[in-house]
Design a protein. Structure first.
Lengths: 337, 224
């Protein structure tokens, strides 16, 4: 198929997902292929994730290109995730992007992963200026656009909420990914076991909550005083109440009229319900990014790349070094003034 | 009996509480009502509202003894999470800051510094020092309000975090004047610490810049 619009190939490689997506310059997604590394046991070891991505990237790129029914030479722009993420893993995405760009002589742009999440959400949910709650295994951020940046109003001080749930699931003997299974267990209970609730100003801390929940499942009282379902329920209720409280405070402060929920944890129905409730109270429109696009994927990287390319043009190879620890509030957003 | 307690009008709705002006045995008062949130389960909701109400009321009563201006607490209703406290007739600092002259600003921030230092010396952390949580009366008296996030602590770290949060607020909402205001604030803060505790005071202030470089994703070369 011949494209009458310019197209961009986006490469996502910050953690367990190696994703390639093809989007055109007007925001239509033509293909989205994800290759997810699933550990046999334990969490994500950067070296193992890197090996996995390195061995499989070409298949993913091919699938995405044939899925969009185009040829690789028809691509007009390459975008890749530059920050933040696991260093060794980011490097694979950067390597593939730079290779394709130089080999085929296609312009390249580097993209911040968190900004890409917000931008694909704005595009698909048709929002202008939302307050975003971005919750996943790697990030927990409450952000809104103010004085030409995506400012961070609140964030986790230690572990991200998705990571906390996954770690708890592993301790409870539930294999990866734990989040959806914890949600099912939680739905079976209505018995609350008290757990630490830690909100510091606009920031959150989940490590104490994790330790307390872990102690509960290791205790001898498991099965007699409470069940695993009760702990899953209490864990979710506590963590999500914390997230909702901070989001509400940010909403009252920024007075935004739209709320966007994104990231892997956005799939949780209970969290959606809570954020919906405070959005209604503050007369704000609430949207959840469709599941396929809420998790890590290449299409969001492609779209964020298109936005930057349209306002700033291509980048030199020297500008495309990876930045594993870059904060999104340090990055200029020229397409939104 | 009930005629002695009159709720007159809602003056502010925050994310957490409603402030209602009224009369309590002929005294002008504020009813601070922490409202139930129906997004969270009743167990968590009740626990949070009760703990924060009790904590705030206790703190208001305690810190008065250190010579810090705070509203007098008249009554507490823990079941409904309401604190009845004296109505302070004044303006939020946030609303008047842009209109005050240089000299007055200097005096105000020095006095805020003194008030916070008195809290810190006695092991109290306000937890949410912002320009909306400081009231200025017509007689230029400073009142600290909203102790909902208060903590009892005597560590350098917690005190520095308290100052750091105030600095962040000044930067984000009063950018151009921030240097001057924060310097005067620190001047007042230092002046309360006596000679034998000056070292502690300097450590707290120096620790602010260490905290600033500690955030998530701050580059290695920017860390101290």
């Amino acid at each position: 198929m011949k494209f009458n619009k310019k197209i961009c190939l986006g490469i996502e490689s910050t953690a367990h997902t190696f994703g390639v997506g093809i989007v055109d310059f007007e925001g239509n997604v033509h293909s989205l292929v994800n290759d997810v590394f699933i550990p046999e046991k334990g969490g994500l070891h950067p070296a193992l994730v890197r090996e996995h991505h390195l061995n499989n990237f070409m298949t993913t790129v091919h699938k995405a290109i044939s899925g969009a029914r185009c040829k690789i030479k028809e691509i007009d722009l390459i975008a890749f995730s530059q920050s933040p993420g696991l260093g060794p893993v980011l490097r694979i995405g950067a390597l593939v992007a730079r290779m394709l760009s130089q080999l085929l002589n296609i312009p390249i742009v580097a993209v911040n992963h968190c900004i890409a999440h917000i931008e694909i959400g704005r595009l698909l949910c048709k929002l202008k200026d939302p307050l975003t709650l971005y919750v996943s295994g790697g990030n927990t951020i409450i952000s809104a656009f103010e004085s030409s940046r995506y400012q961070i109003f609140g964030e986790t001080l230690d572990i991200p909420v998705g990571n906390m749930i996954d770690m708890f699931a592993r301790d409870a003997g539930i294999p990866h990914p734990g989040g959806p299974k914890i949600e099912i267990l939680a739905a079976k209970s209505e018995k609350y076991v008290s757990l630490p609730y830690v909100v510091k100003g606009m920031d959150l801390s989940f490590s104490g909550l994790y330790t307390a929940a872990k102690k509960l499942i290791q205790s001898e009282q498991l099965g007699s005083s409470y069940t695993i379902n009760d702990i899953a329920y209490s864990l979710q209720e506590t963590a999500f109440s914390m997230l909702t409280e901070v989001t509400e405070r940010a909403l009252a402060h920024t007075e935004k009229k739209e709320v966007l929920l994104t990231g892997g944890v956005a799939a949780n129905k209970r969290l959606q319900e809570m954020i919906q409730s405070i959005s209604n109270e503050h007369h704000a429109r609430f949207e959840v990014v469709p599941l396929r696009y809420a998790g890590d994927n290449g299409a969001m990287i492609g779209w964020a790349g298109v936005l930057r390319y349209k306002s700033e043009g291509e980048q030199t190879i020297l500008k495309t070094t990876i930045k594993p620890k870059e904060r999104m509030d340090r990055i200029s957003i020229p397409w939104r003034i | 009996m009930d005629n002695n307690i009159i709720k007159e009008k809602l003056i502010h709705t925050g994310a957490e509480a409603k402030l209602i002006y009224g009369k309590w045995f002929n005294k002008e008062v504020i009813f601070k009502h922490r409202i139930p949130k129906n997004y969270r389960i009743i167990e968590i909701d009740r626990q949070i509202r009760t703990i924060r109400t009790l904590n705030e009321a206790r703190t208001l009563i305690k810190v008065k003894n250190f010579g810090v201006n705070v509203p007098q607490v008249y009554d507490i209703d823990t079941f409904n999470s309401i604190i009845i406290m004296k109505f302070i007739n004044g303006e939020k600092l946030k609303n008047v800051l842009n209109a005050v002259d240089h000299d007055k600003k200097k005096r105000i921030f020095r006095n805020i510094g003194k008030a916070i230092a008195k809290l810190h010396q006695n092991g109290h952390i306000h937890g949410d020092i912002t320009t909306s949580n400081i009231i200025i009366t017509s007689g230029e008296e400073i009142f600290l309000i909203d102790f909902g996030l208060h903590e009892t602590s005597d560590t350098i770290e917690d005190k520095s975090v308290d100052l750091h949060l105030f600095k962040r607020v000044l930067i984000s909402s009063h950018g151009k004047d921030f240097r001057f205001c924060f310097d005067k604030f620190l001047e007042g803060y230092r002046s309360v610490y006596e000679v034998d505790r000056l070292n502690e005071c300097e450590t707290i202030i120096q620790n602010i810049s260490i905290i600033e470089t500690r955030g998530r994703y701050v580059k290695k070369e920017d860390r101290l």
